[in-house]
Design a protein around this ligand. Structure first.
Ligand code: PAF
Length: 284
């Protein structure tokens, strides 16, 4: 596996592969890799001639400086995992390399209403930053396909909107959530949990599953309230939002028959660590 840190080197590498008509898969990551990331890599390796994985903690998508400062960074371990997984290139640029004129939003991406709800509401500017880095990576790598995990359900919808509004032809491949044996959705932020918080963290998935069951005999509002109350009763946990939404538009629904696919999307503070998860509520 090649480690590339410079944009110029990456551009030359990509040009060479394109000349040889090889297909490229891209797995964008912020590092601190876990089995969830590796499942994206595994799929990308199967579906493309070559895979580029990026490891870059993108400052423009953090609306909270403390969150950016404490985001886990484990470059050495990440490189070993990517090499073992069959990645051709690990692209690990510095902030200056990606943003030579400063890490700030430079244009307003058209991301649709999907970017205004949930994460968009609670993390202003977050999706503009995600669109900015993903667009930049797509320009550099020109991937045939790019792989994203469904744990960030809303992110995938927003990236699809960016791809459409920018007229890009990369296929967005969404991959199922990977969970620990106890149900906790794998996330780089799990590394920040204390032992007690980690022990309680699977309550999030248990509450979502209980929500699916409850929804069979209760309204959208009742299901919402049950899940929120159940999690808020857990020590150190506080739900930031639980939204029951149309899986296509990400806008809230009030009735179960309002959309063919309905998703429950949740963000919970477990102590100071902000965890997200989601579950399909319709069809059952
Ligand atoms: O999902 C992530 O890890 C990030 O938002 C992404 C897509 C790598 C962009 O920085």
């Amino acid at each position: 596996m090649q480690i590339i840190r410079s944009v110029d080197e990456l551009i030359s590498y990509v040009a060479l592969q394109k000349n040889n008509h090889l297909s490229l898969g891209l797995v964008p990551t912020m590092g601190a890799l876990h089995a969830g990331h590796l499942s994206l890599v595994e799929r990308a390796v199967k579906e493309n001639d070559l895979v580029v994985a990026s490891v870059f903690v993108n400052p423009t998508q953090f609306n909270n400086p403390e969150d950016l400062r404490t985001y886990p960074r484990t470059e050495e371990a990440d490189v070993a995992l990517l090499a073992k997984a069959g990645v051709a290139v690990a692209f690990i640029p510095s902030v200056e390399e990606i943003y030579p004129s400063g890490a700030r939003h430079e244009k307003e991406y058209q991301l649709g209403t999907a970017a205004e709800v949930m994460e968009g509401k609670f993390r202003p500017g977050h999706f503009q930053g995600v669109a900015q880095i993903v667009h930049r990576l797509f320009q550099l790598v020109q991937p045939n396909r790019a792989y994203f995990g469904e744990k960030d359900f809303q992110q995938i919808a927003v990236i699809r909107n960016m791809v459409e509004s920018e007229g890009l032809n990369t296929e967005i491949v969404d991959c199922p959530i990977k969970r620990a044996d106890d149900g906790l959705a794998l996330s780089s932020r799990n590394a920040l949990l204390t032992e007690d918080q980690r022990r309680r963290a699977p309550e999030i998935y248990s509450a979502l599953m209980a929500g699916v069951e409850y929804s069979k005999t209760h309204s959208v509002r009742e299901t919402h309230d049950m899940v929120v109350e159940r999690l808020n009763a857990v020590e150190e946990m506080e739900v930031e939002y639980f939204e029951i939404v149309d899986a296509r538009t990400l806008l809230p629904v009030e009735e179960w028959n309002e959309a063919p696919n309905i998703q429950g999307c949740i963000t919970v503070y477990n102590g100071k660590v902000r965890l997200i998860d989601n579950i399909r509520l319709r069809p059952l």
